[in-house]
Design a protein around this ligand. Structure first.
Ligand SMILES: [Fe+2]
Ligand SMILES: [Fe+2]
Length: 229
């Protein structure tokens, strides 16, 4: 399969204080990531995907509890957020085959998980609209970072190694697929999450919805692993 066409330039212009906080927070974290990783895109992908897989699970948990407590339908939000968390975790499972984090990065991952999980959980309880807007902005940045990674590969600074087999199975890529093909489908996933999360924030803010970038098809891998065991 080839990655669906996506518009890499989509940006939600901040409207109101909540959006401005979400945008400022994202840009501050972007600066930290740029300073820490510079051009080490493989390491950047591994470390940031450990964070990217958190919000979907937090949002799913809180919406699940809300649905139980209020005895109200979730309108598909829980499944959507769980799919996002699973998809982001598969990004991590893919990039860990491409770049191994240093011991320092592993320590950062553990510390950041504590802080970010608790922070995001609290934020989602206080303002789900701001929480989804933060993720929408994170995903805008992810699309930009993976576009830089593609340029890095195309200009020969990062080797275009064969696609890891887990990625070929998950995205249904041919045996000849390379890292470039993987980055293209990952970027399409990020664009999809971007539009879904801005859409959730818009819904909570009473703003109009925009088109959502198509999500590349994913294979369910768990049953294959179970069969192999
Ligand atoms: Fe991701
Ligand atoms: Fe993402």
């Amino acid at each position: 399969m080839t990655a669906p066409f996506i518009d890499v330039s989509i940006h939600h212009a901040p409207k109101g204080l909540s959006d401005r906080i979400a945008f400022g927070f994202t840009k501050a974290l972007r600066w930290c990531a740029d300073t820490f990783f510079a051009e080490r895109y493989g390491h950047r992908a591994v470390v940031l995907e450990t964070v990217a897989a958190v919000p979907g699970m937090v949002g799913a948990t809180i919406n699940h509890l809300h649905s139980l407590r209020r005895m109200k339908d979730d309108r598909g939000w829980i499944r959507t957020l769980m799919d996002e968390a699973e998809n982001e975790r598969m990004h991590l499972m893919t990039f860990i085959e491409v770049a191994q984090p240093t011991w320092f990065e592993r320590a950062v991952i553990i510390g950041v998980q504590w802080v970010f999980y608790l922070f995001f959980f609290a934020l989602y309880l206080i303002s789900p609209k701001t929480a989804h807007r933060v993720v929408g902005y994170f995903e805008e940045e992810a699309v930009i970072s993976y576009t830089h990674y593609l340029a890095e590969i195309d200009e020969g600074r990062s080797p275009n190694v064969p696609a890891p087999s887990i990625a070929r199975r998950y995205w249904n890529l041919p045996d000849t697929a390379t890292l470039r093909d993987v980055v293209l489908v990952v970027r399409a996933d990020e664009a999809h999450h971007r539009d879904v999360n801005h859409g959730f924030a818009n819904e909570l803010a009473g703003l109009p919805q925009r088109a959502v970038a198509p999500c590349p098809p994913h294979n369910e891998l768990a049953p294959m692993w179970r069969k192999a065991a």
